[in-house]
Ligand binder design. Sequence first.
Ligand code: SF4
Length: 195
Amino acid sequence: MSLEALLTEIRACRACADQLAHEPRPVVRVSPRTRLLICGQAPGRRVHESGLPFDDPSGDRLRAWMGVDRDTFYDHPAIGVAAMAFCFPGTDPKGGDYPPPARCAALWRPRLLAELPQVELTLLVGRPAQRWELGGDRAGGSMTETVRAWRAFLPDVLVLPHPSWRNTAWLRKNPWFEAEIAPYLRQRVSLILGA
Ligand code: SF4
């Protein structure tokens, strides 16, 4: 099956329809030339509405870390986005989002990754994506611990805090992130886009 056919199947997926309070809208953006894959938790409400991944202030901060503008982020074929789950899971009573539907990765991820042979760097954005992809032992006891150990996951994985406003205080408290990891990320992105 081609990637295009698989994406058509994914976009038509309604496997979680019974579980969600809204119509599922899978958001995934990859190409056969994807070399940098961005993996967060799941789309938020705004992304659910626009259909564009990271089309929100978190995306603006992520693009700043990467050193790319919106046009490059969305149009360069080397940049792809595929979260742990492709649909917005809904808002919980405390105002946060529900966890990503677990079945999504089981249903789609191995097939999707099999169609992306050029991926050389995966950004694990936020704690849930790190725990899920790395597993409990490798992910460490906290996001700070994991992100501090970022070099241990190179060269194919780079762990990042979620760029959400909720982490603004964390970023202030941990200036080493902007001093060490963001420049490294920009350098890798620049190499990938320049190749
Ligand atoms: S979250 Fe994944 S499995 Fe569930 S409906 Fe969306 S695409 Fe399908």
